[in-house]
Design a protein around this ligand. Structure first.
Ligand code: PEP
Ligand code: MG
Length: 575
């Protein structure tokens, strides 16, 4: 038995065969064919394969995202029958004797250039769809998978160099038992998605995982951050027992997940969820969420090939808010950049994407991206309890600029006679140290703060959240981060503003007592963490939690802080 250590990214245990996955580069060398007829048949076979794949994707997307969002894949299916495209490929194969790959590539590039030259934003965006379909066809021609989700046929644990957030969104949960990657950090968006899906995951396990043979029996320990290759029977039995014990804990916590989290001395704490789509919102409600503290709107658009227009966004936000009725839903405006790329936006490459034109910075530079979203949100908020939150705020000027755009949208909508949300609460994420330091100046500008400890940790410790080598530094249990959290809550409360926390820290059993003691008003977390967090909150009194938090702020490192909570709060103990 071999043990490979990595970074624990999403808790739980998975037992099953390894499924090795690696993104394959397509061979696009320009070449000619001796046999055009055979090349045309090969192209037709690829059309058939791509058509079958798209049918599966459509059915899956319709179930997970709804018919509206799945429509894009239905449109992709139609492109496979586009007579102009097919004719262009046929002519190139027959007359220029190009291989099917080259003929397709030429036809697609001509088509895309034509679309882009029309100067119409909507039609231009269709170019990305054409490229997407072409990529699928090229993969089919070379017999390589387009994504890990496409190749998996039996339940297995994915072993890969890395997975992007888009790869992860498309994982079929009925077949993926968990995943392990050579690269990545615990608060990368890939890890966050895994937690939301309840999939055990270990990331940053280094190159050793890439030597795991295909189908090797594995145990994936998402709590400890380890992969056991070819485990012996005793180890498998011990892990199966752990799986059942963890399930029992979860079942017990779930049985009162819909009760409020009231501390022993009678303080009711708001527990809400981080979600990215309608299915996530429904899962959150079932897990006991009392609303949404962070709607990551960009997650809605990762698996698409073009940004949705205002109308589509309006429908998506309305559908998500409706899951929670009168309960609050905090919609965060687009946070593109860092590890969340939307290839179809075609943004310039940056040396340091996490320090670049990300989130509100991009949106202020490109009001054409932000304004349709704000208009959609304002409309969706009419008659609903929707709040708007801006990400990556570093300065007071940014908040004012974002609010000015929001006002502009409100005026425009009013002039059009559109009903919009009344009494809108507007907040910001505090996830850049500059914002934490300036919390006293930012508080008067907003209705609330939500602390994003995932980014606050990486920026405070100067440690990339996706880099396994510095995972120990990019921890929200670092005392420097907790001190900033304390400072932000104090500054906001002094100005009668409420404070939430939507970084992964909010759902960490060992962090819950500290955050309660620091005076946090709203805990927002991945849905599977909710029942347990509520249980921990109910086991404490506010006074007791305050003492724990005070003691934690005096300690020097994350391990000491976690040991302190482990010793003082039995309900927060992990195995
Ligand atoms: C955070 O940074 O803590 C946060 C919640 O936002 P995201 O993880 O999407 O960057
Ligand atoms: Mg963030």
């Amino acid at each position: 038995m071999q043990r490979i250590a990595g970074v624990p990214a999403s808790g739980g245990v998975a037992i099953g065969p390894a499924f090795r996955w690696r993104r394959v580069d397509l061979d696009m060398a320009r070449s000619l064919t001796e046999d055009p007829a055979a090349e045309w048949s090969r192209f037709q076979a690829a059309l058939q394969v791509a058509g079958e794949q798209l049918e599966q994707v459509c059915v899956y997307a319709e179930e997970q995202l709804g018919a509206q969002d799945a429509a894009i894949f239905r449109a992709h299916q139609l492109m496979l029958d586009d007579p102009e495209l097919l004719d262009a490929v046929l002519v190139s194969i027959q007359e220029q004797r190009l291989t099917a790959e080259c003929a397709l590539n030429d036809a697609v590039e001509t088509y895309v250039q034509l679309l882009e030259s029309l100067g119409d934003e909507y039609i231009g965006a269709r170019a990305a769809d054409v490229r997407d379909v072409a990529h699928r066809l090229l993969c089919a021609l070379q017999n390589v998978p387009t994504s890990p989700a496409d190749e998996l046929t039996v339940p297995a644990i994915i072993v890969a160099p890395d997975l992007t957030p888009s790869d992860t969104v498309l994982l079929d949960k009925s077949l993926v038992l968990g995943f392990c990657t050579a690269q990545g950090g615990a608060t990368s968006h890939t890890a966050i998605l895994a937690r939301g899906l309840g999939l055990p995951a270990v990331v940053g396990a280094g190159p050793a995982v890439l030597d795991i043979p295909a189908l090797a029996p594995l145990i994936l320990d998402g709590d400890q951050g380890a992969v056991l290759v070819a485990p012996d029977e005793g180890t498998v039995a011990a892990y199966r027992a752990r799986q059942s014990a963890a399930q029992a804990v979860q079942v017990r916590a779930q049985s009162c997940a819909h009760e409020p989290a009231i501390t022993r001395d009678g303080h009711c704490i708001e527990v809400v969820a981080n979600v990215g789509n309608v299915a996530g919102a429904q899962a959150a409600r079932e897990a006991g969420a009392e609303g949404i503290g962070l709607l990551r709107t960009e997650f809605l658009y990762l698996e698409r090939t073009a940004l949705p227009d205002e109308e589509e966004q309006y429908r998506a936000y309305r559908a998500i808010a409706d899951v929670f009725g009168t309960q609050p839903v905090v919609l965060r405006t687009l946070d593109i950049g860092g590890d969340k790329e939307l290839p179809y936006l075609d943004l310039p490459r940056e040396m340091n994407p996490f320090l670049g034109l990300r989130a509100i910075r991009l949106c202020l530079a490109r009001p054409d991206l932000l304004k349709p979203q704000l208009r959609a949100a304002l409309r969706a908020g009419a008659g609903r309890n929707l709040k708007i939150m801006f990400p990556m705020i570093a300065t007071v000027a940014e908040v004012r600029a974002a609010r000015a755009l929001l006002d502009e949208c409100r005026v425009e909508l009013a002039a059009q006679g559109q009903p919009v949300t009344e009494d809108l609460q507007v907040g910001i994420m505090v996830e850049i140290p500059a914002a934490a330091v300036m919390a006293d100046r930012l508080a008067p500008e907003v209705d609330f703060f939500s602390i994003g400890t995932n980014d606050l940790s990486q920026y405070t410790l100067a440690a990339d959240r996706t880099n396994a080598q510095v995972a120990h530094l990019a921890s929200a249990f670092q005392p420097a981060v907790l001190r900033l959290v304390h400072q932000v809550i104090t500054a906001a409360h002094a100005r009668s503003k409420w404070v939430g926390l939507c970084g992964e820290l909010a759902g960490e059993p060992l962090a819950v007592p500290i955050l309660l003691g620091l005076g946090l008003d709203e805990f927002s977390m991945n849905p599977p963490a909710i029942p347990r967090a509520k249980e921990i909150l109910r086991s404490l009194s506010l006074e007791e939690a305050r003492q724990i938090a005070q003691a934690a702020l005096e300690l020097d490192d994350p391990e000491a802080i976690q040991s302190l909570v482990r010793a003082r709060v039995p309900a927060a103990q992990t195995e």
